[in-house]
Ligand binder design. Structure first.
Ligand SMILES: NC(=O)c1ccc[n+]([C@@H]2O[C@H](COP(=O)([O-])OP(=O)(O)OC[C@H]3O[C@@H](n4cnc5c(N)ncnc54)[C@H](OP(=O)(O)O)[C@@H]3O)[C@@H](O)[C@H]2O)c1
Length: 256
């Protein structure tokens, strides 16, 4: 099955958030595929990401490491022009950008724990950075076919929210979903073969989830490699007809 619907040749792929966790597992899984030509692996400090450097040694020129802070449009402009020098068309872009309790963001419980700086930090990485990444890479996604997928989270679903808490993470993922849905409408006009997806990878054993794994039911905490495989299966299956929608790792659609 092709990596994205309708793809006939080999894919050029960019993963933003590639130094660890699910992004790193996606790089590993994609490089192992013969239908993937090159992978651009983006994070803020790739030169200190040991696992990425090991992948670069194993895969040589097929893996290109790029430093970029996706919250910074100057950095995104530089990323887009550098990638654009090497290729005219990316077939797949995946944003695995996300924070829950790091870098000023907080996994708040009561309202009393909410503050402006925590909200701003969560929104900057979880909602604003992925959509700005899409804005800057858009010229490389205009030929057919192309998929832009961002890892969202089921807790960003308003209709699914029965537990409360995690105000800024939930709200920033809900905002991300709205931004992606809006972009899917614009992309439909620019390139009818484009697909924009919000994907929930399942609760996965990474730095992001580590402080909160105590309450995860047995068998429901995934290895990053498993989450990456589930994401790839969604990318293989979901095409332009499903653009602008929100899907879980299990292949089920998630309500907004
Ligand atoms: N883990 C879970 O249980 C779970 C569940 C549901 C949804 N998700 C979502 O899945 C995605 C991946 O999560 P994860 O658990 O794999 O997270 P993670 O292990 O913390 O990895 C996040 C990645 O994003 C990069 N990053 C963060 N801020 C960045 C920035 N401003 N610019 C460029 N790169 C940046 C980090 O690299 P550097 O620090 O090197 O820049 C890192 O490679 C997130 O969107 C998360 O919300 C995760």
């Amino acid at each position: 099955m092709p990596l994205i619907p309708g793809l006939t040749g080999k894919a050029d792929v960019l993963i933003c958030g590639a130094s660890q966790g699910i992004g790193l597992a996606l790089c590993t899984a994609l490089l192992a595929r013969e239908d993937v030509s090159r992978v651009w692996a983006v994070s803020r400090h790739t030169s200190t990401a040991g696992a990425l450097l090991a992948l670069a040694r194993a895969y040589g020129e097929r893996l290109l490491l790029m430093d970029c802070d996706a919250r910074d449009e100057v950095s995104l402009t530089a990323l887009a022009s550098e990638v654009g020098l090497a290729c005219t068309h990316l077939h797949l872009v995946i944003s695995t950008l996300g924070i829950l309790h790091q870098e000023g963001s907080k996994a708040e419980k009561p309202l009393a724990q909410l503050d402006l700086s925590g909200l701003q930090a969560s929104f900057a990485t979880n909602a604003f950075a992925p959509i700005l990444l899409l804005k800057h890479l858009l010229p490389l996604l205009r030929k057919q076919p192309a998929t832009f997928a961002a890892l969202s989270a089921r807790v960003g679903s308003i209709s699914d929210n029965r537990l409360g808490g995690w105000y800024s993470y939930r709200a920033s993922k809900a905002a991300l979903n709205q931004l992606l849905h809006t972009a899917s409408i614009e992309l439909k006009r620019l390139n009818p073969a484009a697909t924009v997806l919000a994907l929930h990878p399942g609760t996965t054993d990474t730095a992001l989830s580590r402080p909160f794994q105590g309450n995860v039911p047995e068998g429901k905490l995934f290895e990053p490699a498993f989450a990456a495989q589930c994401v790839i299966e969604l990318l293989e299956r979901l095409g332009p007809a499903e653009s602008g929608s929100f899907w879980g790792w299990d292949g089920e659609r998630i309500g907004w």
